[in-house]
Design a protein around this ligand. Structure first.
Ligand SMILES: Cc1cc2nc3c(=O)[nH]c(=O)nc-3n(C[C@H](O)[C@H](O)[C@H](O)COP(=O)(O)OP(=O)(O)OC[C@H]3O[C@@H](n4cnc5c(N)ncnc54)[C@H](O)[C@@H]3O)c2cc1C
Length: 412
């Protein structure tokens, strides 16, 4: 069996395959292709581990993250409008959210896979051929035969297009991201950096759909996302007064890293002898992250399907159905994303945040959206009552009214 990609999706799928096969007394060979040397090369990420990832790793793969890997426990989230701020301390009702260095997390999972018996090939797959009995994979290190291919290559165009040519698969639609970091001190851990909170922004800047500052061990990770984002967009974000206030004055920007994340499902994400997982399948909570958790979960579900049901298109239909918790949420996430964009770009988030200060149901709904601690579906069904909608519409109408009045009053 071949797994293309050694991010959280690929490593969890490979680990689950060898672990479950061993439990059943089945002999299988799993080869995982990963060209990056984690340490010198990175997968783009803000490194926020949202629940229930640690529980999933422990329960399904018998893996506990070493305490040194968890750089900071997240104590809360702050959501910014133009002038209003909503501080949302973490609700302590389950697994905590932690900030990690993604490169260390990837290294840990890949080492665990290798120790468990997965053969790790340090090369990039660039072509695939599907025959009636085998799939042939061509990589920088040679060619390989496999019964089935698990596509865990994220949004990589090379292998995405190779798979598309052979199967009709299409990479998911995506948003671009730009990441940079700032070290406010030296290399030592900085206590209470950004009050241990993730600061989230839906700025009016046209190119940026959202931005965030994330406190890590000794540095702050800064991320912006949009259809197309560039270094000048990052500069404009850093120059926003509310962002400037959170960062040291003499900030030195280090490198910028370009990435992307999916905002919808891939086309033909599975077929005879292949299945895609994680970002490659577009199986992530849209708009606000949790991509690591989804990649791990979908990887484990794909592995279970292969061992329980086989490697046919029909078998993988069951895998996709088992991911209904994610697929059912895609449309709700898309709707919330459009609503957030409309409010922050055309109207204003300020009246909504003012309303949230008064209304605990709205406050909780915003907290669950930003912290990713529930599905959008549950948030919509659990919170969106006529009273809440009326309150939001009333606040927005009040804000629109005040804008209609102010130019005239200025002229007088
Ligand atoms: C800027 C940014 C910030 C994010 N922040 C967070 C966050 O804080 N928390 C969170 O949960 N999620 C976050 N995400 C999302 C998260 O990173 C992804 O959803 C998650 O990594 C998906 O895992 P994956 O295994 O599917 O793919 P990836 O993590 O992308 O892994 C794919 C792997 O495949 C390898 N690969 C690619 N092409 C080939 C090839 N041809 N041959 C062999 N190997 C190949 C790559 O080297 C890579 O290691 C963020 C994403 C971005 C872009």
């Amino acid at each position: 069996m071949a797994v293309i990609g050694g991010g959280p999706g690929g490593t969890c799928a490979a680990l689950a395959l060898v672990r479950m096969a061993k439990e059943r007394g089945q002999a299988i060979e799993v080869v995982l292709f990963e060209p990056k040397d984690f340490g010198a090369h990175y997968n783009q990420c803000a490194g926020v581990l949202s629940p229930p990832i640690q529980g999933v790793l422990r329960r399904e793969l018998d893996l506990s993250l070493p305490p040194g890997l968890l750089q900071r426990k997240i104590a809360g989230y702050v959501l910014y409008g133009e002038h209003e701020i909503l501080d949302m301390p973490v609700l302590e009702d389950g697994e905590a959210t932690h900030a990690v260095r993604r490169v260390q997390f990837d290294r840990f999972l890949l080492d665990a896979a290798e120790k468990a018996g997965v053969q790790v090939e340090r090369s990039r797959v660039y072509e695939l051929e599907f025959g009636p009995q085998r799939v042939i994979l061509y990589s920088d290190g040679g060619s390989w035969g496999a019964d089935v291919v698990v596509g865990a290559f994220g949004l990589d165009r090379t292998v995405g297009e190779a798979l598309a040519d052979r199967t009709g698969y299409r990479l998911p639609p995506s948003l671009e991201t730009l990441v940079t970091k700032i070290h406010p001190g030296g290399l030592e851990h900085v206590p209470a950096l950004l009050q241990d909170r993730i600061h989230a922004f839906l700025p009016r800047l046209p190119a940026i759909e959202f931005g965030a500052l994330i406190p890590k061990g000794n540095h702050i990770t800064i991320i912006i996302a949009g259809r197309r984002v560039s270094v000048p967009d990052m500069q404009a974000f850093l120059d926003l007064p509310q962002v400037r206030r959170l960062l040291p004055q003499d900030r030195a920007i280090e490198h910028h890293f370009k990435g992307a994340f999916p905002v919808g499902p891939a086309r033909r994400p599975y077929g005879d002898r292949y299945v895609t997982i994680g970002d490659a399948a577009g199986l992530v909570r849209p708009f606000k992250g949790k991509g690591i958790t989804s990649a791990a979960l979908t990887g484990i579900r794909a592995a279970r399907t292969i061992l329980d049901l086989g490697i046919s298109e029909e078998a993988f239909r069951h895998y996709y159905a088992a991911c209904a918790d994610i697929t059912r949420d895609l449309w709700y996430g898309r709707a919330i994303r459009h609503l957030a964009r409309l409010t922050s770009k055309r109207l204003s988030l300020d009246p909504i945040l003012q309303q949230a200060h008064r209304d605990p149901t709205l406050r909780r709904a915003l907290y669950l959206c930003v912290s990713a601690q529930d599905t959008y579906r549950n948030i919509v069904h659990g919170s969106f009552r006529p009273r809440l909608l009326a309150g939001c519409l009333g606040s927005l109408a009040g804000w629109l009214g005040s804008r209609a009045v102010s130019p005239r009053s200025r002229r007088r």
